[in-house]
Design a protein around this ligand. Structure first.
Ligand code: ADP
Length: 292
């Protein structure tokens, strides 16, 4: 750059400016490289842990072949560790997908029926909630519209054709369901037995707000800004024991941003956590047009 004729630069804003842009590019590229390397290191570590455990446990099983109780116990642990490996790989694929989709939202974006998506997300977490003796509740506007029971969503949950105005955002229905499911899964994971988890949906003129509220262990203030980072866990040991990967919230955040929204958290240790997703409302639905 320095050796060229300075007069040539005068029309394009000057050499200094070009040089600054060039340096910015390099540092951006370096940051990206570092992030990529960290990511590969994290993935390798996360995969190595269960893989190593499986191999050790398999050896132990074969040593304990004469003891049926021990065989049962170690086989159970092998299943658990393989389930963990599978979950990790599935989450990595999901993360890859949302990252690849970055910027494609305009192409794939369709009107999404939020109440339906939330109901399906709750339904799909029901078995897990029942196992943890946690009651799932759904609220629309200011009303409790359904307690999600072992028989499915209560009959009084509104369908979009009923009373409540249709709640519509633009995006990909499956992805938004994944985002809500991840939050509900976490709410169940990090809550004691006998508590309840609520999902509320509310809309104002511009936004749709989906809230997932739990009465669980909560998140310390200093960790709240970090939980959306890939692989970050407040308590890795606990998270691992309950099947966590540290990827769920980062996937959720990507999905929400892809749909033009934001996600935030409120939490107090020992009291519980509330995650709030805000998504821009789709251009006025028919219902709201009729109402105005
Ligand atoms: P994980 O698979 O470990 O749950 P996430 O990315 O979904 O990973 O969450 C990151 C971390 O944030 C968790 O390991 C946990 O420490 C914390 N966390 C997330 N949701 C909650 C919640 N509802 N209550 C308490 N802690 C939570």
């Amino acid at each position: 750059l320095g050796a060229s004729d300075p007069d040539d630069m005068s029309t394009s804003g000057g050499a200094d400016q070009l040089y600054a842009v060039f340096l910015e590019d390099i540092s951006e590229q370096r940051n990206f490289e570092r992030m990529r390397r960290d990511f590969v290191t994290n993935v390798s570590h996360e995969l190595k842990t269960p893989a190593g455990a499986i191999s050790l446990l398999a050896e132990t099983v074969s040593d304990a072949a004469d003891d049926p109780d021990a065989v049962r116990y170690f086989s159970g642990r092998i299943s658990k560790e393989s389930a963990r490996l599978t979950e990790l790989v599935q989450k990595l694929i999901a993360l890859q997908k949302v990252q690849d989709d970055d910027g494609l939202s305009a192409v794939d974006s369709k009107p999404v029926d939020v109440l339906r998506v939330v109901r399906e997300a709750l339904d799909e977490n029901k078995v897990q909630a029942d196992a943890a003796n946690i009651e799932l509740r759904m609220y629309v506007g200011d009303d409790t519209v359904g307690v999600i029971t072992t028989d499915g969503v209560a009959d009084d949950a509104p369908t979009p054709s009923e009373g409540a105005a249709k709640v519509v955002v633009n995006g990909d229905a499956d992805s938004i369901k994944t985002a809500v499911k991840n939050l509900v899964e976490n709410a169940i994971h990090y809550s004691p037995k006998g508590t309840h988890v609520g999902v509320s949906v509310k809309q104002d003129d511009d936004d749709v707000r989906i809230r997932v509220i739990d009465q669980g262990i909560g998140i310390p203030a200093e960790a709240q800004s970090r939980i959306f980072e890939r692989f970050y866990r407040v308590d890795p040991a606990r998270s691992r024991a309950t099947g966590g990967t540290g990827l769920g919230l980062s996937i959720t955040k990507h999905i929400v941003q892809e749909a033009g929204g934001t996600i935030s958290v409120w939490s107090r240790p020992g009291e519980g956590s509330t995650f709030t997703i805000r998504l821009p409302k789709a251009e006025r639905s028919n219902t709201s047009k009729n109402q105005s």
